[in-house]
Design a protein around this ligand. Structure first.
Ligand code: HEM
Length: 107
């Protein structure tokens, strides 16, 4: 018999003890540099010996996706004030996010 344990990392990453307005999407908070972020306060890839070995592949792929998208399109939320619909599946997954895409080559 064995027992599975799953850490609720999404909750760890939004602790009031570490972040101001943790529920808000403020990516600029990461621009201040690594030294301003408290150790183990943001661990989307886990930690310790079971740390995600795919982290660098995932980050590189996501950066390429973002650059390809924003290079070619203006992206605007259809309903900017509507809260995101998310569901918890090991992490929080966005279920729906409607956006307008405008080709930069046309405008
Ligand atoms: C945004 C993308 C990803 C996120 C957020 C993510 C997150 C995680 C997390 C939280 C864990 C568990 C760490 C723990 O148990 O403490 C994990 C484990 C793992 N991840 Fe990822 N991961 C991502 C992408 C990837 C990719 C692209 C690969 C492979 C190419 C990968 C391969 C693995 C493997 C093999 C483990 C198990 C490690 C072990 O148990 O020793 N992950 N990941």
């Amino acid at each position: 018999m064995y027992c599975k344990q799953i850490l609720y990392l999404s909750a760890v990453n939004i602790l009031w003890a570490h972040w101001q307005e943790p529920e808000k999407f403020i990516p600029e908070r990461f621009l201040k540099g690594k030294d301003t972020i408290e150790k183990n306060s943001f661990i989307p890839f886990g930690g310790g010996i079971r740390f995600c070995p795919g982290k660098h592949v995932a980050v590189a792929a996501l950066k390429m996706l973002m650059v390809s998208l924003f290079e070619k399109y203006e992206v605007e939320l259809v309903e900017p004030n509507k809260p995101l619909k998310t569901v918890f599946k090991l992490g929080n997954t966005c279920q729906e996010m409607k956006v307008y895409l405008t080709s930069k080559s046309i405008s």
